[in-house]
Design a protein around this ligand. Sequence first.
Ligand SMILES: C[S@@+](CC[C@H](N)C(=O)[O-])C[C@H]1O[C@@H](n2cnc3c(N)ncnc32)[C@H](O)[C@@H]1O
Length: 317
Amino acid sequence: MDTSLRYRRFAEVEAKGNSATYEQWCTAIADDPDVLALIERLPEPRRQPNLVLGASRHLGAPAGTYASFREWQLHHWRGVEELARARTTQTNKAGRTAVLLPILGLLPGPLSLIEVGASAGLCLYPDHCRYLYDGHRPVHPTGGPSPVLLHCTTTGEPPIPDGVPTVAYRAGIDLNPLDVTDPADMRWLDSLVWPEQDQRRQRLLAAAEIARTDPPHLIGDLNSAIADLVRQVPPQTTVVVFHSAVLNYLSPEARASFVATVQSLPCRWIANEGVGVLPDITAKLTRTPEQLRGKFVVSLDGEPGRWPAAMGNPSTG
Ligand SMILES: C[S@@+](CC[C@H](N)C(=O)[O-])C[C@H]1O[C@@H](n2cnc3c(N)ncnc32)[C@H](O)[C@@H]1O
């Protein structure tokens, strides 16, 4: 995609309403040939606003006006480029667990959770979070108070459970797993949180604190690792393979191959992906992709269903 258009779209669709700083920077970058020329030194997949801006902030770009960011960027581009070539966008949003919980609550426990594209694995602890769904009683973890409180607005009538599921086993798959016990990895995750999103930053730190008490087992590439992992879980558990904001990183062929594999395995499958990422699921929606632009669609075993499918969560949520 044209880089200018990519930054303009990011400003309008993703940053707007979520980060005034990123909205302002990306709108200005879209019209700034000098900065665009620097970004275009990167291979096309690495020109993502999230990656370039995350790398810049990691190295100290001031979260202020575009003029000060621009000046910083022009002087520090070499370091930004090096970091953007070495790292990937692996934003790990524990908040996505709030969208998964209602579906997990429909499944018979105990559960064996396998998250595909887990990043640092922060969404693998649904049983350790507290949840506040609007208009519903709070859902508390069984093991005592949690530092992770997830607020979630809802539409329709999602099946909010009374309690958290029992989790017998958790593991994840990631091409480049991040280690919750490694300060450098955690600092990178922190740099991927957008400037104004202090609540998300606090949630990230709190979720990492939980994960550090029992770090998840994280391995490999999703298409080569998933079948073996599903077969290794403890018996007498419901195996749940889930993923959020991952399949858009794959080619259409690799996506289709993953879907065919996961549907052939003895597991339940929860997909939480941007609208349009899984064409068969998109085709089952009652609203058009255009009406759902910028939303995610959550599905169970390939069915968006009436219930949590209505809980389209913003990709930045
Ligand atoms: C945007 S992050 C989302 C992380 C997490 N699912 C969440 O919602 O917070 C996407 C993750 O998918 C991983 N990923 C991309 N392609 C992959 C593949 N082929 N196999 C395994 N992981 C992959 C990336 O390394 C990255 O950590």
